[in-house]
Design a protein around this ligand. Structure first.
Ligand code: GLA
Length: 411
């Protein structure tokens, strides 16, 4: 019901065709928020679509804390589409339904901060937001974008206490705005807001890779989407979308600490995915050093989903301070690949053996491809055990559609 995914797919494809990346004008680069690791947290969109209220957000925040996810590093709670229906007061300030958001948006930001969490909010670069073009549980909301109000809205978000803002592109796409210039203006508006409030805001650019954001977004933002949505409203999680988004995010030279390619929010623990898919998905995001924004219902997740999301070794790979994006170092063109991410320290790699094929396969990581030599200790990360010391290479049997996650330490 609600959003027709094919329709949304059409407009995104249209955005890809119509817009071309522009070289940034010689404006002073706006500074992004001073973060040092890929953001981790939970975002409302994948499970709740536009049907969010303060009570939904509070319940998820409570579960983030009681599940141990906050203490594992998932600190952002990102309110996505649906908090606002496009209404403003006579001065142009955003107004919200206080029956759904008692005390307004400041109250929910305060609630999140009171739990030791950070608060994220959402708008669109254009005049009308995605909730106008693709209603998902609420009536179509015109004027639900920030165009014409950048300074006013970002200052408002900062004053309310938000620490993170995702800026979507449904209106921007429909109006054929220029991606690089538009997000440069948004980033500058955020800087002006921060100068007034003293509260930096993480900027999440969400134009789906349509304007080659890896070329300009690193200078003005903290993360930028590289592809279309990992899941559409009403659909189930699928490994083909996970792999498509993983592939589209491969822009390793764009990524440095504080600035990350974003293959989209996680579908770990969502309908359609079991333990093997959850582990494969999180291994791919971790080897990429991608943002880890859970999208499942935290209040009802299984113990296994919680164990996957809170696995400390996997999180440490994702959050490694070097901030590298792992790259493919071996590919037999038959669907069997090896990805390697250089980790901080000496001679340390995170390695993914990915089997995209239809049957179980033995996949080999060669030390030369990893840039290592001599004996090296191999650890099976999901099994949380040493696999032994090997010289030259390590091979493992990987089931169809799954990935093994290793660390390899030489010397
Ligand atoms: C776009 C974004 C999604 C989500 C929805 C909300 O599709 O890519 O991540 O924010 O809009 O409508």
């Amino acid at each position: 019901m609600g959003n027709a995914a094919p329709g949304r797919g059409r407009i995104l494809a249209c955005a890809l065709a119509v817009t071309a990346s522009a070289v940034l004008p010689a404006a002073p680069a706006a500074a992004a928020a001073p973060i040092s690791a890929p953001p981790m947290g939970w975002a409302s969109w994948n499970t709740f679509a536009a049907k969010i209220t303060a009570s939904v957000i509070r319940a998820q925040a409570d579960a983030l804390v009681s599940s141990g996810m906050r203490d594992a590093g998932y600190t952002y709670v990102n309110i996505d589409e649906g908090w606002w229906q496009g209404t403003r007061d006579a001065s142009g300030n955003i107004t919200v339904d206080t029956a759904e958001w008692p005390g307004g948006m400041k109250a929910i930001a305060d609630y999140l901060h009171g739990k030791g969490l950070k608060a994220g909010i959402y708008t669109d670069a254009g005049k009308n937001g995605c909730g106008y073009y693709y209603p998902t549980g609420r009536p179509a909301a015109p004027n639900s974008g920030s165009e014409g109000h950048y300074d006013q809205d970002f200052l408002q978000f900062s004053r309310w206490g938000f620490d993170y803002v995702k800026v979507d592109w449904c209106g921007g796409s429909a109006e054929h705005l220029d991606q690089a210039r538009t997000y440069q203006s948004i980033s500058a508006a955020i800087d002006r807001a921060t100068a007034q409030t003293g509260r930096p805001m993480v900027l999440s650019v969400c134009e789906w890779g349509s304007g080659a954001p890896w070329n300009w977004a690193p200078a003005i933002s903290n993360l930028w989407r590289t592809s279309q949505d990992i899941i559409y409203y009403g659909q189930q999680a699928s490994m083909s979308r996970v792999l498509a988004n993983f592939d589209a995010a491969q822009h390793p030279s764009a990524q440095t600490p504080g600035h990350y390619n974003d293959p989209d929010m996680l579908v770990v623990g969502m309908p359609g995915f079991g333990g093997a898919q959850n582990r494969t998905h999180l291994a791919l995001w971790a080897v990429s050093g991608a943002p880890l924004l859970a999208g499942n219902n935290l209040a009802t997740m299984s113990a296994d989903t919680k164990a996957v999301l809170t696995n400390r070794e996997v999180i440490a790979i994702d959050q490694d301070p070097l901030g590298r994006q792992g790259t493919v170092v071996a590919d037999d063109r038959a669907g069997h690949q090896v990805y390697s991410k250089v980790l901080s320290g000496t001679g340390r790699r995170a390695v993914v053996l990915l089997n995209r094929g239809g049957s179980t396969a033995t996949i080999t990581a060669g030390w030369a491809a990893l840039g290592l030599s001599g004996p090296a200790q191999v650890r099976d990360v999901w099994a949380a055990r040493s696999a032994g010391t090997y010289t030259g290479s390590y091979s493992a049997s990987v089931p169809a559609g799954q990935a093994a996650l290793l660390t390899v330490t030489a010397g």
